[in-house]
Write a new protein. Structure first.
Length: 95
């Protein structure tokens, strides 16, 4: 049971400013990515100076997760999320 792998074009939007610091990858044809899937963008490393934004066109390799990896990723994500949630059972206000 080999994972399904395919190449496709993608667009990378990068911004580095005092308001935004991000890099977003959009796959062609709005291909959906599911838990456990992997996307590898090809090409040289991208760098933008502070206060600038840029868009790049590249190729990406998408590797679909099998059923076991997808299930494991969902379980692991649940426990990672649970670490972020702090619940208090104190009767009253927190001081």
């Amino acid at each position: 049971m080999m994972p399904q792998t395919f190449d496709m074009p993608c667009r990378i939007a990068v911004e580095q400013s005092d308001a935004h610091f991000h890099a977003h990858v959009e796959l062609a044809d709005n291909i959906a990515i599911y838990p456990g899937d992997r996307v590898r963008v090809h090409g040289d490393p991208i760098s933008v100076d502070f206060g600038e934004s840029a868009t790049f066109e590249r190729m990406a390799t998408v590797t679909r997760a099998g059923p076991m990896r997808r299930g494991w990723t969902k379980i692991a994500a649940y426990f990672d999320f649970a670490e972020l949630v702090e619940v208090s059972f104190n009767p009253g206000r927190v001081r």
